[in-house]
Design a protein around this ligand. Structure first.
Ligand code: GAP
Length: 450
């Protein structure tokens, strides 16, 4: 696997990502998606939607607003509960997470400790600033992870509003709407893709952890008592999806959360972790959120969140299994896994054809073939993202398409005039076949699922 700086460079140089607001010196940890990045992102979103909504007999989709009534975040436990314990080094002015400082310098697990206990521990054990080595820290303050802004033109306390830190709450508050309007019975999953925002203290590792990111979340509502069965079902479903689209099995592991790590809502969480170039880290969190959220919203909103089972006449608040995946994070994993170096051919992005930003590149060998090639390009472009490349020698053109992961190159060559055929070259095998122009669309029919 390539090193992280090589991956970042590859993405920047080939139009996958650009540093956000670059001409103004950038904004730390903000990334814009370029022409190739946006195609890859849309493809990932589409294959996720296909598997988690279209092909699932249980699930439906939703697109809730980012801005929600602030009471949602009080009820969900995010206001007051979604924060990190931070302290400043008074010497070098760097800011740290107190719990991480303790974890990194001892065998202790400070999850669940009060701030006073952490301060005392740091003092008693003379823990030092990782930046300058001094032991002169401020007191610990809770740092709110939600972005707060004002709604409307008048800025006052009453109009505070948050950018959602997870898409999940938009699903919980619509649970009854979806059940009523779809007339679905449980088990029922509601899936959503969208932006989430967190004022992360330690963003970094390129697009792995950013303050603005996208989540692909499923909230799967089921009868209490069946939750562990469904937990296992979705664990496997998620892993199968990653493997189907080409992540190397050896780079993926399940890791159960220890009790002290669990989020406030979770009765059990397993992460699918990926071996990124910077180390093994969380890719996909699968949590048993029990009835925590629906109950909390029922209490706060005074709206019943009970489900009435028409078959058994039972009434209950459903349990929820939540597989939650970062779109940007899994995009990074797909690039890390697919970008390989070949001694002769240079770098090749051997990404699954359904994920490839461009599916096909159409190349005329001679200038006088441009018009015919362009007609072929236009016909294929009705179905696929197609690149048209008319300049440079053929070797260089293949190299460029290998580099950006285009699975097939279609060349209009010297024989085309005589036999009405084009040459199709396969990215992974470099094998070439000749196909009649009239047969081209048929040829590609079974090559892509999207
Ligand atoms: N609704 C549950 C939830 O949000 P989480 O573990 O905090 O749980 C779920 O986030 C997933 O979202 C993570 O596994 C990760 O893939 C992605 N994610 C979380 N924070 C992120 C960040 N700051 N930048 C990019 N992706 C992030």
């Amino acid at each position: 696997m390539k090193k992280m700086d090589e991956i970042v460079n590859y993405c920047k140089e080939n139009g996958f990502m650009y540093p956000g607001s670059q001409i103004y010196g950038g904004l730390a940890n903000a990334w814009d998606y370029g022409p190739l990045g946006i195609e890859l992102k849309r493809n990932i979103q589409n294959i996720w939607w296909q598997k988690f909504v279209q092909e699932s007999p249980y699930n439906v989709g939703l697109d809730a607003a980012i801005l929600m009534n602030p009471q949602v975040w009080v009820a969900s436990g995010h206001v007051g509960g979604f924060s990190d314990p931070l302290m400043d080094c008074k010497e070098c002015k760097n800011r740290f997470r107190a719990d991480h400082l303790i974890e990194d310098n001892s065998n202790e697990n400070p999850a669940g400790w009060s701030n006073e206990k952490m301060e005392q521990y740091i003092k008693d054990n003379n823990l030092k600033c990782p930046n300058c080595g001094a032991s002169n820290f401020s007191e610990i303050k809770e740092f709110e992870l939600m972005f707060k802004t004002q709604q409307g033109v008048i800025s006052n306390e009453g109009s505070d509003i948050y950018l959602r830190p997870e898409t999940a709450q938009g699903i919980f508050v619509n649970f009854k709407n979806v059940v009523r309007t779809t007339r679905r019975k449980l088990p029922l999953g509601i899936a959503q893709v969208g932006k989430a925002f967190r004022n992360e203290i330690t963003p970094g590792n390129f697009i792995f952890r950013t303050r603005e990111f996208e989540q692909m979340e499923l909230e799967f509502f089921c009868k209490p008592g069946t939750d562990m069965e469904w937990f296992e079902y979705w664990k496997k479903y998620c892993m199968d999806w990653l493997l189907k689209y080409g992540l190397t099995a050896d780079n993926l592991v399940y890791r159960d959360h220890e009790a002290s790590e669990l989020s406030h809502y979770s009765a059990g969480t397993v992460d699918i972790e990926y071996q990124f170039p910077f180390g093994q880290s969380e890719l996909w969190g699968i949590a048993n959120r029990t009835d925590y959220d629906l109950k909390a919203h029922q209490v706060a909103s005074k709206e019943s969140m009970e489900y009435h089972d028409p078959l058994t006449n039972e009434k209950y608040i459903p349990y929820v299994i939540e597989p939650s995946l970062g779109l940007n994070r899994v995009l990074l994993a797909f690039i890390c896994d697919a970008l390989v170096h070949d001694e002769e051919r240079g770098d090749i992005l051997k990404i699954h054809p359904d994920l490839a930003p461009y599916k096909i590149c159409v190349m005329p060998l001679q200038k006088q073939q441009n018009e015919q090639a362009f007609t072929i390009y236009q016909a294929l472009a009705k179905k696929y993202m197609v690149e048209f490349e008319a300049s440079g020698n053929i070797g260089k053109r293949y190299k460029r398409q290998d580099l950006i992961g285009t699975p097939y190159c279609v060349t209009i060559d010297f024989d085309t005039e005589n036999d009405d055929c084009v040459t199709i070259r396969d990215r992974d095998t470099t094998e070439q076949v000749r196909v009649k122009i009239a047969e081209l669309e048929n040829y590609f029919l079974d090559k892509f699922n999207l």
